[in-house]
Design a protein around this ligand. Structure first.
Ligand SMILES: Nc1ncnc2c1ncn2[C@@H]1O[C@H](COP(=O)(O)OP(=O)(O)O)[C@@H](O)[C@H]1O
Ligand SMILES: [Mg+2]
Length: 237
């Protein structure tokens, strides 16, 4: 499945003036892509991915999955679509306190009213994310890194074509960051495209494509530079 972001724009009002938090952004995501989006705080990264995840409607432009414009879907259709095609890992804490780890991972499966049980799939994902031993534990007893693993397992339960992760390694130590990055890299290797926001330059190592967001404008870096994590490519005059 191909996801195409076309001329995506989000205008907000600040004071009395409108400004473009996301300004005419276009790019294409293909199966197995690993996309890094970097940029300063406030540059529009979360606004961009929230529009891609159908959590926010654009002022202009569209997001198409295999030619279907998902930003024009009605609320209910949009949530069904998002739930089945897109796994979303939010920046903040997002588990439900009253459910144990296993049941947290199963939530999106049951929201999508699929037939069958999700238990086996959830246990297998907990195995893959390295937290099978925490299946029966409750979120309040988990560390930041363990909670991120729960969020990753949950994002994968409906076998989405795209996973969006908004700063999944913020607040994590170097070792845990590397482990979380590895998990996401493995996800992309199975063919699920990953779109990851990060300000962690370490994380860029595994990125196949890197985009820089600057005041709402998104620019792709040349791939050889993305591996070395150096300055964005600029044309010389
Ligand atoms: N609902 C909103 N109304 C007005 N301005 C907003 C709203 N949400 C975000 N912004 C502004 O849009 C800009 C981009 O925000 P955001 O997408 O969260 O940036 P980032 O994720 O890169 O830190 C910021 O200047 C922020 O203050
Ligand atoms: Mg953000």
């Amino acid at each position: 499945m191909t996801l195409e972001v076309k001329n995506l724009t989000k205008e907000y009002i600040r004071g009395r003036t409108a400004f473009r938090a996301v300004n005419n952004v276009s790019f294409v995501v293909r199966p197995g892509d690993f996309i890094n989006i970097i940029g300063r705080s406030g540059s529009g990264k979360s606004t961009l991915v929230n529009m891609i995840a159908c959590l926010l409607s654009p002022t202009e432009g569209s997001v198409e999955i295999d030619g279907l414009n998902i930003t024009s879907l009605k609320d209910k259709e949009a949530s069904v679509y998002r739930n089945s095609k897109i796994g979303y890992i939010s920046q903040g804490q997002s588990t439900l306190a009253s459910l144990n780890v296993l049941d947290n991972v199963r939530v999106p499966f049951h929201l999508s009213k699929r037939k069958g049980t999700s238990e086996e799939a959830a246990r297998s994902l907990l195995e893959q994310t390295g937290i099978a031993h925490l299946s029966e534990a409750f979120p309040r007893h988990l560390s930041g890194g363990e909670l991120k693993r729960v969020a990753i397992a949950r994002a994968l339960i409906n076998q989405p074509d795209f996973v969006i992760a908004d700063e999944p390694t913020s607040d994590l130590d170097v070792q845990t960051t590397a482990e979380i990055m590895n998990l996401l890299k493995n996800v992309a290797e199975t063919g699920t495209a990953v779109i990851m926001i990060t300000h962690d330059m370490e994380a860029l190592e595994s990125g196949s494509r890197t985009f820089v967001m600057e005041a709402g404008i998104l620019t792709e870096r040349a791939s050889d530079l993305s591996r070395s994590g150096t300055q964005p490519l600029r044309c010389r005059k």
